[in-house]
Design a protein around this ligand. Sequence first.
Ligand code: SF4
Length: 96
Amino acid sequence: MFVTPAAIQSVPDLKDGETSTWEARCKRCGLCCFEKGIDGKGKIITTQVPCRHLDIHTRLCQVYNHRQQIEYDCIKLTPETIAQLAWLPESCAYRQ
Ligand code: SF4
């Protein structure tokens, strides 16, 4: 069962200095862009299935500037939404 495909590192609508600081936190691991599933114990797991727009070599989104228009379920990460996204990997820089 997939719960949240195609999430991507993203930048909230902040002032310029805040935006670059926010974006710089991302480690570009790309793990948020792999589909998630739930195992038999109800634990959320990251599958090996990437979003079709993820370049698996660079781990960057190939449609980054238009991702939310192209993928309806691509979630924009903001300081407010991070705490609600239980599927973000523990290693995600925004959860540190
Ligand atoms: S999981 Fe976190 S650190 Fe990794 S690419 Fe996504 S937003 Fe960036």
